[in-house]
Design a protein around this ligand. Structure first.
Ligand SMILES: C[S@@+](CC[C@H](N)C(=O)[O-])C[C@H]1O[C@@H](n2cnc3c(N)ncnc32)[C@H](O)[C@@H]1O
Length: 426
């Protein structure tokens, strides 16, 4: 192993937010060998700080370590929650004749083109009134995105009729049809150290940011979510991946239907969206988890905690209420109080993998690495045992997303977590 490799990992973490745990050190060392052969870690780090240009050492190292896995129509159910006609109304209300969309951390472009296809279908019969900005920190991934040529593997989830309409069959692989291509512009952008929205960009009606926050430390993820929310036009929509929402603040949960004590809310279509309220909403009366999360979404954490206190007074032994208290405490920055609340939730319901996951995040915030690792491992164990009987608190949440987020954090924290960050196929 290259001496001082941890200096390079630390530089990459500070620059990009990507936390590379000990299990990724061999891959990082191999990348350093390719980019700057013969140099030790601290020399590479010093050289990389100086050589920050587009083709510089730092950019190359980031290209090497970024996980660029993506494909067309990835996690389609998340994307189906987008209400295109509503977005068009929002744009109109803001006197814009196009819906402004941002695919943040788009990797090699499949997500951005998928958004173009979905818009094309929603506004059938004409060129859709959308402008899509797609950005990523990896310049190599952006080159592939601009080329717009993909292998069968990338397009495997595209329904045949849409393939015929939006993709061109090349000898080997598929090209993006010029009409679809014209909807998207690609730009280099760093979510962690760049401005949000990117310089010279006005607010967006829709921001899609998926499968990237799970690679960040919790406080970085929370900061990025807040910045993205601030980059929305009034009435705009922030769509996070399910696993990413778990890594964000309480407001990231707010738009999802949650299970209310003592009976469940009715099923609604799965929606992983958080909306920037055009005007503040009133807190619902009564001790309701939904009301608490809505208040949190509107930025009124004090009101949210009051609702939770009332719920706990009515039923002090309800694990879900303690859980929401924990998430709210984390959001307002009191990680120690969050640990207490989440431990209670887990004590009351030892199968509560979401509480174990959030407990891991709370310890993460406190830099209590070993406790964080134990909590994530506990969440994984509960999930792997596979006999979780409790109904999910957040309806429609896929346990595989929680599993992916746990593994990503274990990667960042533990020398033993050497399994690759798992990918779901759809
Ligand atoms: C797994 S891909 C996700 C692609 C796509 N959003 C999806 O869900 O299919 C994660 C992407 O995040 C990018 N990324 C990591 N850190 C970033 C940062 N600080 N700013 C912008 N992009 C970043 C990586 O380069 C990578 O392309």
């Amino acid at each position: 192993m290259i001496a001082g490799i941890e200096h390079v990992a630390e530089l990459i973490r500070r620059e990009s937010g990507m936390a590379l745990g000990p299990s990724r050190m061999p891959a990082l060392a191999a990348a350093v060998e390719r980019v700057a052969p013969g140099l030790d870690g601290s020399r590479v780090a010093t050289a990389a700080v100086k050589d920050r240009g587009a083709a510089g050492i730092l950019a190359q190292l980031i290209d090497e370590v970024a996980v660029n896995e993506t494909f067309f129509f990835r996690h389609r159910r998340e994307l189906d929650a987008i209400d295109w006609p509503d977005l068009a109304r929002t744009a109109q209300a803001g006197a814009r004749d196009h819906v402004r969309v941002w695919s943040a951390a788009c990797a090699s472009g499949e997500e951005a083109y998928t958004l173009g296809i979905l818009a094309g279908e929603a506004f059938a019969g004409s060129t859709p009134p959308v402008l899509i900005l797609a950005s990523d920190i990896s310049r190599r991934a952006l080159d592939r995105a601009r080329a717009g040529i993909y292998a069968e593997r990338s397009v495997r989830q595209v329904p045949a009729d849409l393939r015929a309409k939006y993709l061109l069959e090349l000898g080997r692989g598929y090209g993006v049809d010029p009409k679809l291509r014209s909807l998207v512009r690609f730009q280099h952008h760093n979510l962690v150290s760049g401005s949000v929205p990117p310089a010279h960009e006005s607010p967006f009606d829709l921001i899609v940011c998926r499968n990237v926050l799970i690679y960040f430390d919790p406080e970085v993820a929370t900061r990025v979510v807040a910045a993205l929310e601030g980059a929305l036009a009034p009435g705009g929509t922030l769509l996070l991946g399910t696993a990413d929402r778990l890594c964000g603040p309480a407001s990231a949960f707010a738009a999802s239907p949650v299970r209310e004590p003592p009976r469940r809310t009715s099923r609604r279509p799965r929606a992983h969206v958080s909306r920037r309220p055009a005007k503040p909403e009133a807190v619902h009366s009564g001790p309701s988890l939904t009301a608490a999360l809505k208040a949190a979404d509107a930025g009124r954490l004090g009101d949210a905690l009051e609702v939770i206190d009332a719920a706990l007074a009515a039923d002090p032994l309800h694990s879900d209420v303690h859980f929401v208290r924990g998430v709210l405490e984390l959001t307002r920055g009191d990680a120690a109080a969050a640990v207490r609340a989440l431990r209670r939730a887990l004590y009351l319901d030892p199968q509560f993998y979401l509480a174990a996951f959030q407990l891991g995040r709370a310890h993460d915030f406190l830099s209590q690495k070993e406790s964080a690792r134990r909590a994530y491992a506990q969440a994984l164990r509960i999930l792997e045992q596979g006999h979780v009987e409790r109904p999910d608190l957040i309806e429609g949440l896929d346990p595989a997303d929680v599993e992916a987020a746990c593994r990503a954090r274990l990667h960042a924290l533990s020398p033993d977590a050497n399994a690759p960050v798992p990918e779901r196929s759809a």
